[in-house]
Design a protein around this ligand. Structure first.
Ligand SMILES: C[S@@+](CC[C@H](N)C(=O)[O-])C[C@H]1O[C@@H](n2cnc3c(N)ncnc32)[C@H](O)[C@@H]1O
Length: 248
């Protein structure tokens, strides 16, 4: 069954407060995004705007966010009302997205792993390609296809990850735990690295590179490095970057 973020929007928002989100996930995401100064940015699967806001605060000229979940976008618009940053949010399925404009940078934190099959991942790649300026970049983080570890390996970071199968479209089940021990379940779909690469090449995107998650290194001296070892060793999440070539 597809994950309905309308039903778990607040609990998912709470899961973004776990330390690994900041010191591993966000650290890697912004390293891949590079210099944001004066960039026009489209944040796909923006959720409650967790990254959209930070992209704007870090120097982007303009940020637009897109998400299929009305509740997630309501949270994003609520933050925008409280602290206006000039971000526009759209409730839309990325599979059918046509904004009729182009961006310097497109970001997506956990979009591709919602593609249920090769057709959907190819359609995501096509939409990304159509919304990029020539020379524009796409940066994303998603479930790492190569992750393999016992189910409780990541429990101390507030979540678990389990692959039901490693076939294309096989379910990946995440459980995000709250402080009271209750949890929400999020379903993603497995796709091999080669499947992603084929989809992006087919959509005319090039210079496709995979990037491991990194720990914010300034932290290592302060906190026990052993604490971070399981997540860095097993790499549940992975970065991917590519670009739309400038036509010659
Ligand atoms: C794991 S959340 C990530 C949210 C945000 N990027 C973050 O990192 O906090 C995944 C988001 O993808 C959205 N999503 C899934 N499939 C989508 C689609 N086809 N089009 C637009 N949004 C989608 C969900 O509604 C959800 O908000």
């Amino acid at each position: 069954m597809k994950t309905d973020y309308d039903r778990i929007s607040k609990e998912y928002q709470l899961s973004k407060l776990q330390p690994w989100r900041k010191f591993v996930e966000a650290h890697t995401f912004f390293k891949l995004a590079g210099d944001l100064t004066n960039k026009y940015i489209l944040d796909l699967a923006c959720g409650d705007g967790f990254y959209s806001r930070q992209l704007k605060l870090r120097g982007a000229a303009n940020v637009e966010g897109v998400d299929i979940s009305k509740e997630m976008i309501q949270l994003a618009r609520g933050s925008e009302e409280k602290n206006p940053l000039g971000i526009t949010y759209h409730i839309q399925d990325v599979l059918n997205l046509k904004l009729n404009k182009k961006f310097d940078l497109i970001t997506a934190s956990y979009l591709l792993n919602y593609a249920k099959n090769m057709e959907e991942i190819t359609q995501f790649a096509k939409v990304i390609s159509e919304h990029l300026n020539p020379g524009g970049q796409f940066i994303t983080i998603n479930s790492n296809p190569d992750y393999q570890a016992p189910v409780n390996t990541l429990r101390k970071y507030g979540f678990t990850r389990e692959n039901e199968s490693r076939l294309e479209g096989g379910k990946i089940v995440y459980r995000f735990y709250q402080e009271d021990g209750s949890h929400i379940e999020v379903i993603n779909y497995h796709h091999e690295k080669a499947t992603h690469e084929m989809a992006f090449q087919f959509a005319g995107l090039s210079n496709i590179k995979w990037h491991p998650m990194e720990l914010f290194s300034e932290l290592v001296n302060e906190l026990d490095a052993d604490y971070w070892k399981p997540i860095i060793d097993t790499q549940p999440v992975i970065g991917l970057t590519c670009e739309l070539k400038v036509a010659i």
